[in-house]
Design a protein around this ligand. Sequence first.
Ligand code: PLP
Ligand code: COI
Length: 345
Amino acid sequence: MAKKDLDWGNLGFNYMPCDYSYVCNYKDGAWEEGGLTDDHTLTLSEDAGIFHYCQEIFEGLKAYTTEDGSIVCFRPDLNAQRMYDSAERLVMPPFPIDKFVDAVKQVVAANADWVPPFGSGATLYIRPFMVATGNVIGVKPADEYQFRIFVTPVGPYFKGGDTSVKLAIAKYDRAAPHGTGNIKAGLNYAMSLLAVTEAHNAGYAENMYLDSQSRTYVEETGGANIIFVDKQGNLVVPQSATDSILPSITRRSLVVVARDILGMNVIERPVKFEEVLAGDFVECGLCGTAAVISPVEKVEGDGVDVTFPDCVGTSGPVMKKLRETLTAIQTCAAEDPFGWVCKIS
Ligand code: PLP
Ligand code: COI
């Protein structure tokens, strides 16, 4: 086996079909055995539930090649659990946790040549998803589903990697209070497409969404959670009063890394946008599987122009340390004291 001959250092965040995907169907009230396929397409009834009532959920995680050539992924059990929770919220049959982790291992191992080499800056992005394939015409859950995983090698989500990005204050809402913002459902992303297109056209990488109930609190962006460092050096992690922030696995891991490895003081609490306006934060970062930790230098909107002084141009010292520590654990370049790394081969 030899790695594919790709320009690993210059990959964007794009889809490139690899050798195998994983597929498993749900029918007659049960998940079938499931397995690998080299068919990267789906053929569905025009009446499949996904097309009409949007029963779709997905996940995102990554596989890494370590310095000794092994292949590992990061906390797949948490993606499995989040997908389980997403399924329950959209009345889809939850995919069993162990079966999810096993499917991730199978599909990554089968595509080992596509896992970017250690130190290349690229990773293998793993995209599990589930769609309603059964027919529905009245508004109700379908009775047949397909769970699938494809993988694709990727570079940085935001162009320029560690170059700081600018955020726009979204004038649209992403998620309703107590709606579906806390699960990974495709419908949340459909809600964000106009906002992100307008943001891109205006030169911003993403939107900062405020809580849609009061427009008072910082929530997250369309594809990543937000973290701050205040003037006292605390890591400040926004919490949602209306349960409308996605529980990012990267963010939850960073909280532990900051507290237990870096000895930082971490404060998880609702964060008022007023605090951002008042210049209380010296660093800001976007964290997620795709984003890793991307520094934010500015937030702009109607009459709003806030700079995070320590993240101008590139990551400030805290974001840099957090990213280096987390990615070292993820690639086995540093010890994994928490048992987060899952060996594949
Ligand atoms: N928030 C949103 C809306 C996302 O789409 C993602 C990506 O998965 C995240 C946050 C980050 O979550 P995670 O760290 O689990 O990838
Ligand atoms: C991820 O980070 O895995 C996501 O799903 C975010 C998406 C915007 C690419």
